[in-house]
Design a protein around this ligand. Sequence first.
Ligand code: CTP
Length: 407
Amino acid sequence: MLDGKRVLLIIAGGIAAYRSLELIRRLRERGCRVRCVLTRGGAQFVTPLSVAALSEEKVYQDLFSLTDESEMGHIRLSREADIIVVAPASADLIAKMANGHADDLASTALLATDKPVLIAPTMNVQMWAHPAVRRNIATLESWGVQRVGPGSGALACGETGSGRMAEPMEIVTAIETVLAQAMRPRPLAGRRALVTSGPTWEPIDPVRFIANRSSGKQGHAIASALQALGASVTLVSGPTNQPDPAGVAVVNIESAREMLEACLAALPVDVAVFAAAVADWRVDGASDQKIKKTGAPPALQMTENPDILKTIANAGANRPRLVVGFAAETESVEAHAQAKLARKGCDWILANDVSTGTGTFGGDANTLRLITHDGVDAWPTMTKVAAAARLADAIAASLPPTLKAAQ
Ligand code: CTP
């Protein structure tokens, strides 16, 4: 599957750079065209001559080289590839990528690309564990940068632990996987989606709040699944422990009112999926100061929160073409869900049983029924990730294809 693919390989500074020479050979054997960028650090470990000889291509090193820029500008260099592979990816280059630096050819090409990027990090075990590196890696992954390795073992610095660059053949396999993903059909390309997820927190005072058991697993999985089909997704999420899904714009909120505001700001969208467990009530006149334990316990006066799904399903010209709600029920699941479909003015409802013992809240599995104006489709029990993929497929099938999806 790699035959004819164009790889831009960025070799950064690291003792593992010599293994990138083998990576070039493995890729060439498979019919890849490999163009290489050698950073200043990389050139301390391998010579431009060996890289050029193995890749059978000119090696690019300097952002400000008149010859290089006139032959092949850095923009073209990064665009005329099917994938950019950074191997080895040093802590320094990872930091530059995560912070948008563009002070050399490698970082500029990475900033200018619209192609999938795969990094094969390598560094000392303590560096890999450092919070700065952890943060930079998390940032890159939230943008959809893919990673292979590092593995564990004896490191060149004499220490042992995580930090070894992945083996060249592991990198080849990772390149195949990333390219296969990039070639998947993207029927939602050009579509905008809004997803809500997680619980809301309703303040009682500055230190206390009312919450619920929603983990955000289902909503986050739906955002990911829609993104994987090519949609441009905004995820409005209450507080959860879920990592931000790669390639999704995440807006973090706490209360139902903040969630509504963020959802309205995300419009217009083609499809909106409301998976959040929004608190139905908030405390009327939450205290600005911590309520002290003097006297009788406070009698909390509750007031109703805005219904986000209902508001957006009735947003007139701004109404998404497809509005999908959830119905969390503990009894008469289907009947309640049917009533909700009508009451809220949405197009589809995914009904689930959240009664004690079903393990839906916080669990990894879900048993859903898709209720539309045409009828009921009972889905078997499956993981929340699988349910999200099934929903995304159903959404894609229900929307007419866009011009972009046909490309
Ligand atoms: N929802 C919402 N805003 C609210 C309450 C609910 O957007 N203030 C959305 C949820 O995200 C879900 C759907 O409405 O998609 C149904 O939520 P659910 O809690 O099942 O229903 P409620 O509207 O709270 O009705 P009831 O309490 O009667 O079951």
